[in-house]
Design a protein around this ligand. Sequence first.
Ligand SMILES: Cc1cc2nc3c(=O)[nH]c(=O)nc-3n(C[C@H](O)[C@H](O)[C@H](O)COP(=O)(O)OP(=O)(O)OC[C@H]3O[C@@H](n4cnc5c(N)ncnc54)[C@H](O)[C@@H]3O)c2cc1C
Length: 660
Amino acid sequence: MTTDTAPLAAGEPDVKVLARKYAEERDKRYAARAEHQYLSLREIRDAEFAQDPFVDYEHARANETEIHDGEFRQCVIIGAGHNGLLFAVRLIEAGISVDNILLIDNASGYGGVWYWNRYPGLMCDVESYIYLPLLEETGFVPKHRYSYGEEIRTNTESIAKKYNLKALFTTTATRMDWDDDRVEWTTQVTRDLGQEGKVDIKIRSQFLFIAAGPLTVPKMPDVPGMDEYLEAGKHIFHSARWDFELTGGTQQNPEMTKLRDKKVAIVGTGATGVQVIPEVAKYAEKLYVCQRTPSYVGTRGQKETDPDDWKRVARGKGWQAARADNFNLLISNDPEPENLVGDGWTETGANAAFQGGKGKYPIVTPEVVADHVAYFMEMDVEQANNKRALIDKVVANKTVAEQLKPWYAGWCKRPIFNDDYLPTFTRPNVQLVDLDGKSIEKFTSKGIVANGIEYDVDIIVLATGFELLPNASASTRANAPIRGRNGRLLDDKWNSYEYDTLHGCMSHDFPNLFFQGVFGQATSSNLTRLYSFQAEHCAFVVQKALSSAPKGEMAIVETPIAAEEEWGQETSKRALFFSTLPLCTPGYFTGDAQVRTPGTPEEIAFMAKRIPWPGGVTDYGRILGRWRDAGEWKTVVSAKSVAQTNGVDKLTSAVLAENL
Ligand SMILES: Cc1cc2nc3c(=O)[nH]c(=O)nc-3n(C[C@H](O)[C@H](O)[C@H](O)COP(=O)(O)OP(=O)(O)OC[C@H]3O[C@@H](n4cnc5c(N)ncnc54)[C@H](O)[C@@H]3O)c2cc1C
């Protein structure tokens, strides 16, 4: 039995002692945080390493539709990643003509994050059978249980082909405005046509969908010395802009032979770092791994999809949704009779502490917070101790093994499963540079300074993640102002006490606008299931609106204020479920310091409604279903006779006639 003051040994399952250690490690990191913050690549858009290294104008032009300034489409979707694709497919299923749906993306192809991220070792960390969208509809069989990045990207291209989707690529939406008289949105875009330059056009639509993604904007440490480093002829790039020219290899064949005589530093040991470090270690002459906070790394068990296994997996109508729900319920601490996925994720329900689900109390009140947190701590201890013990088993060097051990509750950061990561630290060419919670200090003409030591490197890879933009509106995510009724800015509503949404995807004063945002909605370690719920839901609402509008009138969908206030109240009533987060080490899950910032009662109430649904994603999906079944959608639907429909082209009129 340990005591409060006893030293901590690996494998020790004493929650009280662990909690003390976790708090110490957290506080150390919060103290270090004040010194160095991140720089978003959005702020340094023109820097060479913020550019798109994969841009292929030929591919973009060959795979996109033709559209002229001022043309109309019934539905415009900003973003052609998984979320945009799901919106498009569910709209088609709801009866919208594919010719009247337009996807817009600043990349030169489909895929979103899977377009931008091509680093060696990239794979989804959730089983591909539930992560890749629309497998049931397309009949696609992933090659591996956890798909590699290229397969996920090419699968998005195949989905677009199958549904004959129409898109504009290398096109950035720069602002969106609602016109009450015409009942339509105008999206202003800048089209990058490569050598032909840039052109600005406007696209009108009845409905607008924002699928700009939660992890699209790379970030890097805001430390001095970058110019000095670059002037010395050295190289640096972000993992989401992988420079194969420099490393050698391609996404298909990542043989990084050009690294054989190079000293490389990788900064960051989160989800990306853990995947890419083993790959670079195979080639680099020397690899320095700069670690601020270690990740929990569990066993992966990657394997090829066996045809017999696949028959068992893809069985019966609705198998993919059922499998994804089974996974989500288990990781939300909501027991299921069978564990269909059965991987490391589903070993514990403790991740519910971050993504919502079932706890000990139906509603957490201030009186039971301590017990609620202790309940999840108890649940988490086994996996945490096992993963720390695994490090001791694999990494013989005691100092390195200790430095690789994470000391925070498992739900505080995305858990990672990778069989190659820990053995990498037994290679002679790999050196762990443990920063003990601090940032790297600066770049110099020689390389990088960390812990006061200068490391001579040729290439720095920033595996430093993305801006999660906690609480960001769809407008902030898309980096484009969205103006609703009377020119009201979505960001103004979002960042004021008037903030409210209905189910996190619609908001009063922003008619016919649908968006994705996690906050006010739900979250899941498998975002595809969340997106499926939302796409199905929004397409249903659009379809009901169109079919309810009297002939010749334009359908309008807008949430009544009372409905969104009620949703906000229901959410905030349950907010203390997430009282598990302030004990976390800082990271993007916890909006860095945000969850710990004390505030006035108004500020706390404001924060409390801008959270993911505390009941978890499956519960959120059920709520949406009940809302639709109860006919409540009728409350958000109206129609308007529009005198001036001369701008609506023939195509639209035909589609409207078909739908009304
Ligand atoms: C490396 C990595 C691995 C991941 N692994 C998993 C996993 O295993 N499981 C999981 O659930 N999630 C994972 N995720 C999270 C991932 O973000 C989601 O699963 C999902 O792919 C996001 O899809 P999306 O369509 O919402 O956004 P994105 O894929 O980000 O797509 C949004 C697109 O919109 C574009 N865009 C944004 N603003 C504009 C604008 N103004 N004009 C034009 N285009 C714009 C962006 O450039 C981007 O191409 C991972 C993320 C990363 C980065």
